[in-house]
Design a protein around this ligand. Structure first.
Ligand code: ARG
Length: 362
């Protein structure tokens, strides 16, 4: 199954083709300055009804200071864990997300810089800034630009799709949840290409993507054409009622090992036929733990340091057991307070460099 590696004599500081090759450098997000965004139909769509109520009520306000402090502490612990495993860690530049900005026809303030995986799509030596559909994430790249400029100077490719206008036409103004059992109805239209980087997951020459409340067909097509013939971008039809980001539904952990959400992947894509597929264990996160913009299935949002080392939430016994039973060392890190902000280790990071080149894993 293992295809010969294409030799890459690369000087680029950015180079990562999949989710599991040995990690050498990574960006870890920050929660400084995190705010609830102004209320907007697109913000509500991927949330549960309870989460929507919280976002409506607290629109424009900072996240609770004690929760920011606790999450910040966990991020710092993650940095220590990664550095302890020999990984170089970089951090974005804090921004004031309470500041308002605008474009013709709209204004907004920001969200946070906690989830670099949402924004930056690294494919090989190319780092692509996603054209995000949320107005509150329009300037999300700013926090990362000092790093991106540095990587560019050192030889990385640095790309950005057409800057979206995000006018009212992009959104379905009277959007409501699809009735139970009916196919997902997106809050965004095909007005212009938009996507979040986290709606893509990389397996070398094959990249898997989903349409969601932030990623439209034109967004996926843009990535497909931009990457060209060396890659195949597969659009998957997952059974997520409120899709936003694929990395709590489908997580390739190593060549030949795929972790899936027990319900969201009704049919494992045929291309994985020679892979071992396991379903994620029931989340250990207790009821009542605040989760502002994610489901409890954020338990499967793990980060691989390489094919044998997985970073696992310190209290997540079931996930630790899964890793160990699958031949991987589980490296614990407390992250439950961070989880409240809508992600876990995969979301909170973005690969800058993993050793290994472009190959096919199927
Ligand atoms: N939408 C997923 C869920 O609610 C969470 C995905 C988070 N991923 C991310 N990259 N922020 O289960």
């Amino acid at each position: 199954m293992r295809a010969p590696e294409v030799p890459t004599e690369s000087l680029s500081p950015v180079s990562s083709y999949n989710e599991w090759d040995p990690l050498e450098e990574v960006i870890v997000g920050i929660v400084n300055g995190a705010h609830f965004p102004p209320w907007h139909v697109a913000v509500g769509a991927p949330l549960s009804p309870e989460q929507r109520a919280v976002f409506q009520e607290r629109a424009g306000q900072p996240f609770p200071a004690d929760q920011i402090a606790a999450a910040r502490d966990e991020l710092d612990q993650l940095v220590d864990v990664l550095e302890g495993e020999g990984v170089k860690v970089r951090r974005p530049k804090p921004q004031d997300h309470g500041k308002s900005y605008g474009a013709p026809g709209w204004s907004s303030s920001g969200l946070y810089d906690a989830m670099p995986r949402d924004l930056l799509l690294v494919v090989g030596e190319d780092v692509i800034e996603a054209p995000m559909a949320w107005r509150s994430r329009y300037h999300a790249a700013s926090a990362y630009r000092p790093l991106l400029k540095e990587y560019f100077r050192q030889g990385a490719r640095w790309s950005s799709p057409p800057k979206p206008d995000l006018p009212d036409e992009l959104y379905v103004a009277d959007w409501t949840d699809q009735p139970e059992g009916e196919p997902f109805r997106s809050v965004i239209t095909e007005f212009e290409p938009t996507f979040d980087a986290a709606d893509f997951i990389r397996c070398g020459r094959d990249i898997f993507a989903q349409r969601s409340h932030v990623t439209n067909g034109m967004g996926i097509e843009w990535v497909r054409r931009h990457l060209g013939e060396a890659y195949q971008v597969h659009e998957l039809n997952l059974a997520d009622d409120h899709p936003m980001h694929i990395d709590a539904s489908l997580m390739p952990l190593a060549e030949g090992k795929l972790l899936i959400h027990p319900e969201r992947v009704p049919e494992v894509p045929k291309i994985f036929k020679d892979w071992e597929v396991r379903t994620a264990p029931q989340p250990a996160i207790p009821d009542g733990h605040p989760l502002y913009m994610t489901s409890k299935w954020i338990n499967m949002n793990v980060l691989m340091i390489d094919e044998e080392r997985m970073i696992v939430e310190a209290q997540d016994e079931p996930m630790r057991r899964l890793a160990e039973s699958w031949g991987m060392a589980a490296i614990p890190c407390p992250f439950r307070n961070f989880n409240s902000f809508g992600g876990s280790f995969h979301c909170a990071t973005v690969d800058v460099r993993r050793r290994g080149g472009l190959r096919s894993h199927f």
